[in-house]
Design a protein around this ligand. Structure first.
Ligand SMILES: [Mg+2]
Length: 253
């Protein structure tokens, strides 16, 4: 494993205990030979994610992918990787998405700190997937190609078609020279599905993963942990680390 891309909430963090557990485990990994890159891949925005990391004592990541794959930061200096934004900006117009969803009238906008130029985020409890698809169609009629990502039966994100957690980590892997089969991903909810769909990656599903995520990634058979949150992530990483060592050993033999 040369890169670990993990969601935060519900995956490595659901309170002080899980944060401490993951921090301790990652400190050991970091002290090992050739430590992998740690990437947090979250729906939160930068300031929100950074303050959570500071408050909880989660280990500092090497890269921070925020806003459901819409922004990638080099974590040490919080510099945005601008090439990714340029790539996302094609066929996208935030104001058209905003206006179309507002006109439709069923979703409520989330606060400004939850928005970014490539992520338009709404509240919509118990939304019907056909109604969401219909909205994506209306946006397209106005010349913007978007995708809708629905999580936790409440949060509805409209993103450029190329933006999602999976595409972001695949792009980052290319940037830093890590092939996808040396990337491990972990998550717990609907917006994590795209990470598992990156060709070649190895996945971990925590035991508290939403049924919708388990169903969505069934075909790529990720490792299903028996434990929740950080404990499940550690269980999955130990599984993949053993498998990866074995695979590399077989390739060398
Ligand atoms: Mg989550």
């Amino acid at each position: 494993m040369r890169l670990f891309s993990t969601d935060i909430d519900g995956t490595i963090y659901d309170g002080p205990e899980s944060a401490g557990l993951f921090a301790k485990f990652w400190a050991e990994i970091r002290n090992g030979e050739a430590p992998p890159l740690l990437v947090y891949n979250t729906g939160r925005e930068l300031e929100d994610a950074r303050s959570l990391i500071a408050v909880t004592g989660l280990p500092e990541p090497d890269f921070l992918i925020c806003g459901v794959g819409t922004v990638i930061f080099h974590s040490g200096d919080a510099a945005t990787l601008e090439n990714w934004r340029e790539y996302l900006g094609q066929d996208w117009d935030y104001d058209i998405v905003w206006g179309t969803v507002l006109d439709h009238g069923k979703a409520r906008p989330q606060p400004d700190e939850c928005q970014n130029p490539h992520k338009c985020r709404w509240y919509w409890e118990d939304a019907d997937t056909r109604e969401i698809d219909d909205l994506v169609g209306r946006i397209e009629e106005r010349g913007v190609r978007s995708q809708a990502i629905y999580s936790s039966n409440r949060d509805l994100d409209f993103l450029p078609v190329r933006a999602n957690k999976g595409n972001a980590v695949a792009w980052l892997g290319t940037e830093v020279g890590v092939p996808t089969d040396e990337i491990v991903v972990a998550g717990d909810s609907g917006n994590d599905a795209s990470m598992y769909e990156v060709d070649g990656v190895r996945g971990v599903l925590v035991s508290n993963a939403e049924p919708a995520l388990i169903e969505a990634v069934r075909k790529v058979s990720p490792f299903q942990a028996s434990l929740p949150c950080a404990a499940g992530v550690i269980e999955g990483l130990e599984h993949h680390l053993n498998r990866l060592d074995k695979d590399v050993g077989e390739r060398r033999a």
